[in-house]
Design a protein around this ligand. Structure first.
Ligand code: FES
Length: 433
């Protein structure tokens, strides 16, 4: 299929087909998800040799596996014999090697063929057991940034650090906030299948204008709940988080949005320094390990959602990563992982879990508001009521920064920035990869 991205993506609007056309979705799988670095998982999810975790990169079923030499491997979850998935969905341990359940071909944890039953049956045949095509195929490129594992299904392209550009600092701060300088996945995973195109979710991450309208029922309920408490009651964390969506538009306007090349970005300036006992104990632990000056430097990084386009969104301040997996043009899987800051009090981790449960869980008071909005957008775009989606808000007002652009908090710059990258990937030459 030949498409001309410039006919679909213009500086301040995009055509609805980018969200609704199955043929464009298939092209995205080849040209965007088949080329970009995609987040796979965190090394702490496979701590011991033989540990595995399955996921999906683009349309490919993949498995992240700890090899017996300690390295982290990312393989296609497909047996080299007749194609069966080798490890079951989810996570666990394969032991010392992988063994396919169908005919028993066995593989080392780096995917190389270990043994086949009835080896004599292959003598004098064209099947060469040493040849790479009879091992499990690896992702073309795999790299880890401070424990966050990414893979690219394309052999060529920029290295991971170059790809991350300006948002590498979000992953740095994610880890630096741990008194011991490292993080680990803990507390399981929350999974949501959304009835919308994957790009609608990404756009919402930096869409500050929606908060006061979409979340009115939850922020009003939180405000009323607090007003019913005895005067002078310290505001509970859950209420601080939920009623924050009711801040006036002037509040959001003052935030800073950064958009970097390749579609990445983050939102800054949203949180005021907390004074609750859980936060103070955490800050004390960080200062104890890192020293006052370094701790202050780390905590000055004040970020809400970061976009690592097109596969994940780390939240630096509350230690979660949302992993975005397109399933179809109108179906998107979002998996939410919460992390423990090594060396921090347990209450810090419990607060991170609380944030996930209160804001991002499918059964929270907040996330269903968003899911309803996304679904209405998807359904509306499928109608004949119009062809174009407006991205005009504060168009042309962004300021250049190193490797990207900056805007105030209510701008639609992040959406325009993502579509600029999208159009680059979707062009045949693939210069954005
Ligand atoms: Fe895996 Fe036959 S399909 S051993």
């Amino acid at each position: 299929m030949d498409i001309d991205p410039s006919r679909l993506v213009q500086p301040d609007r995009v055509h609805k087909r980018v969200y609704t056309d199955p043929a464009i979705y298939e092209l995205e799988m080849d040209r965007l998800f088949g080329r970009a670095w995609l987040y796979v998982g965190h090394e702490s999810q496979v701590p011991k040799p033989g540990d595995y975790f399955t996921t999906r990169l683009g349309r490919e079923p993949m498995v992240m596996l700890r090899h017996t030499d300690g390295s982290v491997q990312v393989l296609y979850n497909r047996c080299a014999h007749k194609g069966a998935r080798i490890v079951p969905e989810g996570s666990g341990s394969v032991g010392k090697f992988m063994r396919c359940l169908y005919h028993g071909w066995a593989y080392h944890c780096d995917g190389t063929l270990l043994s086949v039953p009835l080896r004599s049956g292959y003598e004098d045949t064209a099947l060469d057991l040493q040849a790479p095509q009879f091992s499990v195929r690896k992702a073309a490129r795999v790299a880890s940034y401070r424990g966050f594992v990414f893979a690219s299904l394309a052999a060529d392209g920029p290295d991971l650090e170059t790809f991350l550009g300006g948002v590498a600092t979000s992953l740095d701060n994610f880890c630096d906030r741990a008194p011991d300088g490292e993080v680990e996945v803990a507390g399981g995973v929350q999974r949501v299948i959304q009835r919308n195109n994957w790009k609608i979710f990404f756009e919402n991450l930096h869409d500050t204008l929606h908060a006061v309208a979409t979340h009115e029922s939850s922020w009003r309920a939180a405000k009323e709940e607090y007003e019913s408490m005895p005067p002078g009651t310290p505001k509970p964390f859950e209420i601080v988080i939920v009623d924050g969506n009711g801040e006036p538009l002037e509040f959001w306007e003052k935030l800073e949005l950064k958009g970097y090349d390749r579609g990445h970005g983050y939102m800054e300036g949203i949180f005021t320094p907390p004074t609750d006992p859980v936060s103070l104990a955490y800050v004390a632990a960080l200062k104890d390990k890192q020293g006052e000056a370094r701790a202050d430097q780390i905590l000055r990084v004040n970020r809400h959602n970061t976009i690592v386009y097109p596969s994940c969104s780390p939240h630096t301040s509350f230690q979660q990563i949302r992993v975005i997996r397109p399933l179809a043009v109108d179906r998107t899987l979002v998996e939410i992982f919460t992390f423990r800051l090594k060396g921090a009090p347990d209450a810090t981790f419990q607060r991170a879990l609380k944030y996930t449960n209160v804001v991002n869980s499918p059964s929270s008071n907040v996330m269903p508001d968003d899911l309803e909005a996304y679904n209405r957008v998807q359904e509306g775009l499928g109608s004949d009521g119009g062809d174009w989606v407006s991205l005009h808000r504060a168009a042309g007002r962004e300021q250049p920064i190193e490797g990207g652009r900056a805007s105030n908090g209510n701008s639609e710059m992040p959406m325009r920035n993502m579509f600029q990258a999208w159009a680059g990937y979707m062009r045949d030459a693939g210069e954005a990869s």
